[in-house]
Design a protein around this ligand. Structure first.
Ligand code: UT7
Length: 320
């Protein structure tokens, strides 16, 4: 059987680290409040001349290197982002060009914080349909550009970064790689989290507006239910899952999901303290960190889950 196998992963975080203390100098907030309510200690912020495609390319190069695969082998580039360099062409096309790839497909996916799950699922489908053979799946954001830095209810929560994985179509006897996914959306709820701008609306990117408390409630509910529904579709039980890798928005949301599922918190990857919410980049960034630290090893079952604006949400099961 043909499977989409994880061959390598890479990340890039902008050099500049902004601590809660630094944010508290210009906003009516405190390190104590931010840490207690979100678990966030710091975030990386891109330099003025650093764009989402730059972050994505650095992550992609590291992913290709770790996979031992040359960019010539890539025939699908997917970038999950809501902070594209330009309205068009897609950031994926810019990344493809910067990597000197001139064949196959390249396009962006906008499912906000669920973008990486959507991208992995689409890449998996294209690989299994033999429309592509080797994919770069990237989550990349300069989310700091979509924030009102005078708004304490959103500005401290987000950060910039990029994570990338290489998925290759390979024949295997035992099910490996991307095993199952469940993607959902409910566009009726878009007003819970949105930017107040857009090319068609007002020719501006806009800034993020969020009903935090309701998003929090929905995040716990929808991520827990999508995990339960996905696991119910497979022969795998939650006990078999080595690591739960949730979208990193708020440590309290992650802890509540683990508690609701009676999933041991020791087997949940948490990076929100260092990265804050990097939207579509948060899951691949966590994957790269955990591969590097040796926590993720071949053969393990890992479960990703996310929720984002749209609303969009879902879960993906992978065997490394
Ligand atoms: O990626 C997916 C999208 N995002 C999320 O998943 C985020 C989901 N939501 C959250 O993480 C939390 O709801 C927040 C971190 C946004 C807010 O935490 P909360 O515990 O739900 O606080 P709250 O919104 O209920 O606000 C409590 C109080 C309010 O003051 P009053 O009205 O009680 O006087 C806020 O004005 O905290 C105040 N507050 C702050 N205080 C200091 C809100 N933000 C801040 C702040 N510093 N940064």
């Amino acid at each position: 059987m043909l499977y989409s196998i994880l061959k390598g992963a890479g990340k890039y975080l902008p050099q500049r680290i902004v601590t809660n203390a630094e944010i508290s100098r210009t906003l009516d907030t405190s390190d104590e409040w931010i840490q207690r309510r979100t678990g966030i200690k710091q975030r990386h912020i891109a330099a003025q001349d650093e764009y989402t495609s730059d972050l994505a390319v650095r992550a992609a190069q590291q992913a290709l290197q770790s996979a031992g695969i040359s960019s010539d082998a890539i025939d699908l580039v997917l970038v999950a982002t809501v902070s594209p360099d330009r309205t068009f062409p897609s950031t994926a096309a810019l990344v493809q060009g910067k990597l000197s790839i001139s064949r196959g497909m390249a396009f962006d996916i906008n499912a906000v914080c669920s973008g990486f799950l959507y991208a992995v699922t689409i890449a998996d489908a294209l690989l299994k349909q033999r429309q592509a053979t080797c994919a770069l799946v990237i989550g990349a954001e300069t989310f700091s550009r979509l924030l009102n830095w005078s708004d304490r209810t959103t500005a401290p929560l987000f950060g910039d970064g990029a994570g990338a994985i290489v998925l290759k179509a390979e024949d295997h006897e035992t099910p490996t790689g991307v095993l199952s996914s469940l993607l959902c959306a409910d566009g009726r709820q878009w007003e819970l989290l949105y930017t107040d701008g857009g090319p068609s609306l007002n020719q501006k990117a806009g800034v993020t507006r969020m009903q935090g408390r309701e998003i929090f409630r929905q995040a716990v509910e929808k991520m827990s239910v999508s995990i339960q529904d996905l696991v119910a579709q497979t022969k795998i039980s939650l006990k078999d899952i080595a690591w739960l890798i949730p979208h990193q928005a708020n440590a309290r949301i992650i802890e509540a999901v683990a508690e609701r599922l009676s999933f041991p918190i020791e087997r949940v990857l948490i990076t929100v303290d260092r990265h804050a919410n990097t939207s579509a980049a948060s899951i691949p960034l966590a994957v790269v960190d955990s591969l590097a630290s040796g926590r993720l090893v071949p053969g393990q079952y890992v479960l990703y889950t996310a929720i984002g604006a749209g609303l969009t949400w879902g879960a993906v099961l992978m065997r490394l």
